[in-house]
Design a protein around this ligand. Structure first.
Ligand code: SF4
Length: 222
């Protein structure tokens, strides 16, 4: 990836204003996934693709009761796992993913989740977004997960011109001090769900409207 020019002082200042307003709206933010360990969060995050966190939270108590460690899940019978994760959708693929992930954890890290982005993304089924969620949420480590909400909201706010998730991540890293990285994604994601909707953004009640370059700001319904 080509080196990006550093953001201007004005861009950094504007980014700080945006984050401060999001912090005011969401003073504490964390994943809605229930988990008791980095292993549980990693598996839950993989299961959360294409479904809601609530759906995942309904199945994970049974999943982690039956297969409490990566060693247990690595040795699980796939059809038993499929039955448990069925309601999260794409259950065959998800079963394959979490069992292979558990096998990689056992083979390479004695069943523990490595506390490193570079190591985590080498696990089967784990991309940068999932790894960043786990690092930021489980350990509070500096990491910025870029999902569809983060991509949309940061583009509309003019914080990035990139459409590539890694490019967006790098631009956001450059805009904020490292100490803020872990608190960015979940707030932006929630804001994207609550206000800056993909199809109908609620611009009339948006606390960031004066900072937003989006040309198609929507009006309040009459
Ligand atoms: S003004 Fe509208 S488009 Fe811009 S951030 Fe707010 S809700 Fe999103």
């Amino acid at each position: 990836m080509p080196e990006l020019p550093p953001p201007s002082t004005a861009d950094k200042r504007s980014a700080r204003v945006i984050l401060n307003r999001l912090k005011k709206r969401y003073p504490t933010m964390g994943t809605a996934l229930d988990y008791g360990s980095p292993y549980e969060l990693l598996v839950s995050t993989v299961l959360s693709a294409q479904t809601t966190d609530e759906n995942v939270n309904r199945v994970t108590p049974v999943l982690f009761e039956r297969w409490p460690t990566a060693h247990d899940l690595a040795a699980a019978n796939p059809s038993d796992v499929e039955e448990v994760v069925f309601s999260t959708g794409f259950y065959r693929q998800k079963t394959k993913s979490i069992i292979s992930l558990a096998q990689d954890l056992v083979d390479r890290y004695d069943g523990e989740v490595p506390r490193s982005l570079d190591e985590m993304v080498k696990l089967r089924g784990v991309g940068r977004k999932t790894a960043s969620v786990v690092l930021a949420e489980a350990w509070g480590d500096p990491a910025i997960a870029v999902d569809t909400h983060v991509k949309r909201v940061t583009n509309r706010l003019g914080m990035t011109a990139s459409t590539d998730p890694v490019g967006i991540e790098m631009e956001l890293r450059a805009l904020f001090p490292k100490s803020e990285w872990a608190g960015i994604s979940m707030r932006v994601i929630q804001f994207g769900r609550d206000v800056c909707d993909a199809k109908k953004p609620r611009c009339w009640e948006c606390p960031l409207a004066d900072r937003c370059a989006y040309p198609d700001k929507s009006q309040a319904p009459q």
